[in-house]
Ligand binder design. Sequence first.
Ligand SMILES: [Zn+2]
Length: 289
Amino acid sequence: MLSDTHCHLSYLGERGLDLSEVLENAAAENFRLIIDAGTKSGDLPERRALVSAALAHIADKEKKDKAVSLVKYTAGIWPDPGAIANRTEECRTLERVIKESLESSEPVCSLGECGLDHHWNPAGADNRSEDDFSPEILKGESELFEMQIELARRFSLPVMVHSRDAFEGTLDAIKNCGYDNGEIHCFSYGIDEARAFLDRGWYIALGGAVTYTKKSKLEEMKKLVTYIPSDRLLLETDAPYLAPVPERGKTNTPLLIKHTYEYIAQMRGETVENLAQTVYKNSCDLFCL
Ligand SMILES: [Zn+2]
């Protein structure tokens, strides 16, 4: 009954996890939906092939059929410096990939993840340098984002937005394009920022990081979590990253999303079942499933 609206299944194998087992267990646990998010312009065929190979290894036919029906895909370009530098060509590739998918029996359900990432640890902990944040790169990053919003508009797809330490730039790009159809994935801002996106019609997706909230910030987090209207809330893992408490620090998988559901359901004063229905319905509405 649970849904994970954003994860990266193709990275699980690289981290030593058995993707077949994860998908088989998701089917056994009655998951409703798992959305595999793209990060590179041409990565969709490879991601599909990896998932198909994993599904082929599930011996139990009933679970296999269920697992096959669970996984949906998106395609988009994450703003790394290489993609920003080659943005015109990258967007052309993405356009071709999306067009082909929309003409196939397995159309992508969203364009993304795309957006702005201005997080930088000067100690070098995240392998980014000052050069990655030059005015030229920042301008190119916004252009790459806006080009993808325009593509989403052309194909009438919702946008899966990545926005880290870049609230104003994200909102500006969205306003410039005037296409309000999508979600802010792994939402990491406060209630005012949530309001700005919600007022324009966007959905807010919460991930495992909400379970990391310190005691001193719990009230603030509760206000945010209860502020998001029931018809605009999504939940996700961003697996293999950001495993929720009590599994924090481990490789995340869609299966661990139950902890995030429990955390959010308790904060909102509702049952996990109710929350799961809400998230699934919202996913169907936004992603036209
Ligand atoms: Zn992601």
